[in-house]
Design a protein around this ligand. Sequence first.
Ligand SMILES: Cc1ncc(C[n+]2csc(CCOP(=O)(O)OP(=O)(O)O)c2C)c(N)n1
Length: 377
Amino acid sequence: MHMAPAETPAAAAWGRLLDRQVEDLAMVQFVTPDGALTPAGEEYGVDVDLAQRLHRDMVLARRLDTEALALQRQGELNLWLMSWGQEAAQVGSIRALRQTDMVFPSYREHAAALCRGIAPAELMAQWRGIRHAGWDPSVSRFHIYSLVLGTQTLHATGYAMGAAMERSDEVVAVYFGDGSSSQGDVNEALNWSAAGTLPVLFFCQNNQWAISTPTTTQMRTPLHRRATGFGLDAYHVDGNDVLAVHAVTDVAARRIRAGSGPGLIEAQTYRFGGHSSSDDPQRYRTQADFDLWMGRDPLVRLERLLRTLGVEDDWFKELQEESDAFAVDVRSACKALAGSDLCDLFGNVYAEAHPVLAGEREQHMAFLAALESQGEA
Ligand SMILES: Cc1ncc(C[n+]2csc(CCOP(=O)(O)OP(=O)(O)O)c2C)c(N)n1
């Protein structure tokens, strides 16, 4: 039986919900796509101030995504992986953690990154191809993106071993996708973190697709059920319902902080865009599938709820204006990102100079010089 630490009335209400959920791991939902509260949402209650802050985070994250894709189409970015549709899963989860909790993202957690204070320019530098990564993880407590699927789950597990040795009450959160859950690394991380009672929160955004492979082809047993087999506390949440994601993450993090070992949250969501700016999802997804999920848009549903709860039109208009100004900043910040010298890359690998890399750098310089002299000839 799950026991939520009864620190607040909300946590106590959640403990009751969780006990019920554990019976069948049914998906937790507080707000329906129409913006109505479910019985679980009624019981938990809505903190309107929190809901407004989460909505603002999601609106700005979506705007960044829209602008970045446009910038990619205009040749200002080489590649972009959209988080369009996954804003609730990311915002709801990261906002339930402490700013000091270390986070290991995958590669499309832009909404979560923004919440950690990472600037759009820092986020876009990598995709503009001028830096290996754009930010300092020790400042944001948000690690750099990992493009090798699932490897970050082992990084998080190793990091958590250190946190456990220091007896801190830090939660180490790691994001990964449904497709990545087929990787050996992820399964090793689940097992090892459970075996060591490590403070890891695994957050799977099940966006239904691993590029063109649907989740239904990828696995026979839903991930949250697999996680219980490894010995983790498992949670299943509507990933397009930011309030439910926030509440579930809050409880999972409290339990981990209290020393109960790792937990896994499977958030059901959908990637509205292509896998990346190089992908055309119409080649493998039906319009009906897209339309079904469009009807579950996380921003639309929260806006409906907020309006029902009495949030005025003016508030939404101001948010729209803020979002427009933000978009202008995003575009100019991207264009101001100056290209770097490719030769610098060789110095970004080891803390101290390495003879092999120094040799490769020399070769590269010679190659550039040869190109230049050909151009002059
Ligand atoms: C180890 C490894 N294998 C294969 C790939 C190629 N690849 C990149 S993204 C991707 C699909 C990932 O799907 P999922 O984990 O569900 O995450 P999503 O992109 O949907 O967020 C694949 C196969 C890779 N980057 N790393």
